[in-house]
Design a binder for this molecule. Sequence first.
Ligand code: NAD
Length: 478
Amino acid sequence: IPVDEFDLVIFGGTGDLARRKILPGLFRRFISNQMPTGSRIIGAARSDMDTEGYRQMVREAIAEFGGEESKDLKCLERFVAQLHYIQVDAKGTAGWDELHALIRFEVINAFYFSVAPSLFGDLAERLHNYKIADDDSRVVVEKPFGRDLETAKELNAILAEHFGESQIYRIDHYLGKETVQNLMAVRFGNMLFEPLWNNHYVDHIQITVAETVGVGGRGTYYDKSGAMRDMVQNHLMQLLCLIAMESPSVFDADAVRDEKLKVIRALQPIDPHHIVRGQYDATKTEPSYREDAENPRSHTESFVALRCEIANWRWAGVPFYLRTGKKLKARSSEIIVVFKDIGHSIFPGDEKRHRNILSIQLQPNEGMQLQVTIKEPGPGGMRLIDVPLDMTFAEALGPDAEDSTDAYERLIMDVIRGNQTLFMRGDEVEAAWAWTDPLIEGWQARGDVPKLYEQGSSGPEDALMLMHREGRRWHEIK
Ligand code: NAD
């Protein structure tokens, strides 16, 4: 669906995120005819360059990060012709009058804050004082949204001084993934799943976000945050909310976000025995986490696994196991819904546990499978086997199933459409911090030291034990 004409200003338009994700994403939307003629993208950053220099930078960024589409050079030239650049100082006066003169007030205006959060206040204030933003403008802010409840509240307050909540788009790119939205379609568009989606039929749910990369060059920055702040508080909790929330009465931004907020508020405090933290160890050739972080005494976790429960009628007694970490076996993000065993088997000799398992993959490929039990084909009698039923329906949907829309481009287009459904509301972010803060404070007070784990493994042994001791197993990371 095409969007209306817009001017999108990217503060930090020369930065890493803009070059790797935002601009290549916008180019793909341009190729798909979703960027109306006349719309403009205005890079605004501290770097000293002019519009021609910026266009060249974007050509190079798209060649590097844009994938196959970037080879369409004619299209690329038409795209860069819609780019502009203004040198601005978020903390000073340079560039703001020029930006005011360039912006067209008769089209949709969006301002993407792809800069350090310490600049959000300066940008919001100047957009207001220089009368660049008005009540219809939208602002997009990146993670991290604070490092605890207090700082998140401060950021919310800074933005609220100049913008209403309906103008603020807090990005969590996990929510832009096709499968995440498909999860809602599967849950709330079918009779088949929702009746079973509760503690009578679900044994437990697992959410894994595994990475193969280490903290690399970001080590010293990462060491101040850790896996809980960097991944669990935002991405994993958002996934948890979508999998666990009640059905909203209508698919609109506030109805969905109200239901997500209820899930976060119903999360029980966690027993410290139900949290395992880890740090990757050195190999013969690769440095350890502590070496990467340049902090030989670091107690920051590059891995965390935890078991939590949601105290409401639907989920009472159902454990949710979350884990995420760096330098693990494979890059893989998935949600696994494990249904309970059938109560009684009528098939003599069939001693295997048969369980329906719904697997939802978000990374590296998106997809959904339902494990079902059927008869093994052939004359061997009534032998049962478990097979995956592919629910991505690539064959049925044809080329449309191969939608390569990246999360960022989908979310940016939602900003232009004014659809906040896939963005986090301020109270959601605060509630998530209110749940994670005591956990972090708890291990800091106990002086908890993360367990070492082997690079290329599934994390520390204790994380496996978290499930084993309850007679359950993590789905293999692959
Ligand atoms: P970066 O350091 O590569 O780029 C920073 C940008 O901000 C540059 O364009 C710079 O010119 C501009 N800038 C800095 N000070 C300025 C000032 N005073 N006035 C105007 N412009 C100024 O950073 P990045 O990696 O692109 O990250 C941007 C934001 O996105 C950060 O908040 C980061 O946490 C977040 N983020 C980044 C990634 C990523 O993959 N890079 C992922 C998620 C979130």
